[in-house]
Write a protein of this length. Structure first.
Length: 601
């Protein structure tokens, strides 16, 4: 496995973190970063024997994670991870670091990190208090239930590409709300590193690869081409990449807080972009956006406590249902990714996703029966329909509760600070580079989250999810998400793990597998992140697996049980995880599938 050393932050970006002189002499000292060399721990304190992963699997099983004794941050980009680590070295807490990482990702990870989209934050404080912040996008006031259908009632691509696909962005308001409630360092200091990065950063291989992949879509809209095709071609490794319009937008956010985005010049630029391209976001939509504090979904799995995101994310409740179903089976004894284990995962997942797709939606618009869905009694009823001898066809797996009277590309990062606070954040603009529209004069991509609604209930969206009426488009409504930022406590109630991933409909199963790899199969954090992944989402009725993830014998055994298996052409997810060892050592790793960086000190 080749792991590149993280690139150094530009000098001016590092200077930006000198908050009132507190950082002088501290920034970057003593940190261990992914690629810096071996750590000194594994998930259970003992190294595993080799040979667990399939032959030829590209990610190592026997390498060591990054370790530290004070703080850790794992994100999909080295610049962003460094910004978060530096904030904590300056005395900031995990929420301060999360704000700095988020804004940095908006600059150096524009395919997913964003200010033009939204996200979810799960916090577990060192004293045990928890919080969940929903800053998911909302549908504009002019949105209608059938806005993405043609005259024949068929779906168009307008929920995926172009101005109409954008929901009202929530990222800036969400980060502001998090800072107002939990932040300790000045807001200005947390935005400043992103401003310096926007003024120019050196492109590394990960970014150059992303720009190459996005080059064709950049040409769809003039402002995207002007920013991301400098000189008519995407930036390459080693280039200095500058985003002056984005830097100016971030300066307004630094100086004015959310008013620098939802009002004034930036709002004017967004509305002008909407008018230019036939979008429907208005000044009133922007001015009325609010983030929502919610109660986390909390449930147990094998004496561990999981704290995850509630609706408008489906992640926590869906993962709770699948965990409750699977808890009755000894997955450790049945073996990692054996036919028996994969069969059980698929059967639990198809039932959990059937419920997710039918019942879950924005809780401010729809009654969501969360208590029933995450109850052990309900899981027991769902479990009774699982056979060890044959797959249950998805056509025979529907929602399991009585009808409810309803009345009328993504990125994740994980942080633990020196005080023991833990933050898991998943944020998105949905597709790779969102709706492909850059706001002219403001320098950022808009999301295409409107596709996460059931634009035509019962018809698959771009991720193949077949969702129901509960998630239909409505003005002001938050579209359902699969994002699953999660904090895990050990049986004693102490912090054990922080994790999450992007990946569309695969987010929930990837997050669960990463936790299961540690809890059931004794993997360390690196092994849990590197391990091959499988997925089932009810419809289509298929077990997906990463290239080379399952042996031919395992595939044959699963198909003999009646499963349909599909080998994907690409890897799945981008997990960012931290695991705390019994002696308090922080171990962390960033998924090599997209080339991120974990750091600790």
């Amino acid at each position: 496995m080749r792991v590149a050393h993280p690139p150094p932050l530009p000098l001016r970006a590092r200077r930006a973190l000198l908050v009132a002189g507190a950082v002088a002499g501290l920034v970057g000292l003593g940190a261990c970063a992914q690629g810096d060399g071996p750590g000194n721990g594994s998930g259970d304190g003992a190294p595993r024997e080799g040979g667990l992963f399939p032959a030829g699997w590209p990610y190592a099983e026997d390498a060591e994670p990054v370790t530290g004794s004070q703080a850790a941050v794992s994100s999909t980009d080295a610049y962003a991870s460094q910004a978060g680590l530096d904030v904590m070295r300056a005395g900031g807490n995990a929420v301060d670091a999360a704000i700095a990482v988020s804004f940095a990702l908006a600059v150096v990870n524009p395919e997913a990190g964003n200010i033009g989209g939204g996200g979810f934050l799960v916090l577990r404080e060192a004293d045990g208090a928890t919080a969940a912040l929903d800053y998911r996008e909302t549908a504009p006031a002019a949105a209608t239930r059938d806005m993405f259908l043609d005259e024949n009632g068929q779906l168009t691509d307008k929920s995926v590409v172009g101005h109409l696909a954008a929901g009202v962005p929530g990222a800036v308001m969400g980060l502001w709300e998090a800072h107002q409630r939990f932040g300790t360092l000045p807001w200005e200091a947390l935005v400043e590193p992103a401003i310096e990065l926007a003024r120019g950063f050196e492109v590394v291989e990960r970014q150059a690869r992303s720009f190459r992949w996005g080059a064709e879509s950049f040409g769809l809209f003039p402002a995207a081409a002007a920013t991301f095709l400098p000189g008519g071609a995407p930036a390459t490794e080693g280039d200095l990449f500058q985003q002056p319009d984005l830097a100016a937008t971030l300066v307004r956010i630094r100086d004015l807080g959310p008013a620098g985005f939802y009002e004034g010049e930036t709002a004017d630029l967004i509305v002008a972009e909407m008018e230019r391209g036939g979008g429907i976001i208005t000044h009133q939509d922007l001015a009325s956006y609010r983030a929502a504090w919610r109660e986390p979904v909390v449930f147990d799995y094998r004496d561990y406590t999981l704290i995850s995101m509630p609706p408008s994310s489906s992640g926590g409740a869906t993962m709770a249902e699948m965990a409750n179903i699977l808890e009755a089976y000894d997955l450790g004894a049945s073996g990692w990714n054996t036919p028996e284990t994969v069969h059980l995962l698929a059967e639990a997942w198809k039932r959990a996703y059937a419920d997710r797709n039918h019942y879950m939606a924005d809780p401010d618009f729809v009654e969501v029966p969360i208590a029933e869905l995450i109850s052990e009694a309900y899981a027991a009823r769902r479990r009774e329909t699982i056979s060890m001898d044959a797959a249950t066809p998805s056509t025979e797996v529907g929602p399991g509760l009585e009808p409810v009277d309803r009345g009328s590309n993504t990125t994740h990062f994980s942080i633990v600070d020196p005080m023991g606070n833990a933050v898991a954040v998943t944020t998105t603009i949905n597709s790779w580079y969102g709706n492909k529209v850059v706001v002219e004069g403001a320098g950022f991509f808009l999301n295409n989250e409107m596709d996460d609604f059931a634009a035509k209930p019962g018809t698959p969206n771009q991720f193949g999810l077949v969702q129901g009426e509960a998630n239909a488009v409505a003005p002001g409504k938050r579209m359902l998400s699969a994002m699953t930022p999660t904090v895990v406590l050990d049986p004693a109630g102490d912090l054990f793990m922080v994790t999450g991933t992007p990946g569309g409909s695969t987010i929930i199963t990837t997050t669960f597998q990463t936790i299961m790899n540690v809890v059931d199969h004794g993997m360390n954090v690196l092994q849990a992140v590197h391990a091959p992944r499988v997925h089932h989402q009810h419809l289509p009725d298929q077990i997906y697996f990463e290239p080379g993830a399952l042996s031919a014998a395992t595939v044959a055994a699963l198909e003999a049980l009646g499963h349909t298996t599909v080998e994907r052409t690409e890897m799945s997810g981008d997990v960012q995880a931290i695991v705390v060892l019994p002696d308090g050592t922080l171990t962390t790793w960033s998924d090599p599938r997209r080339g991120g960086t974990a750091m600790a000190y």
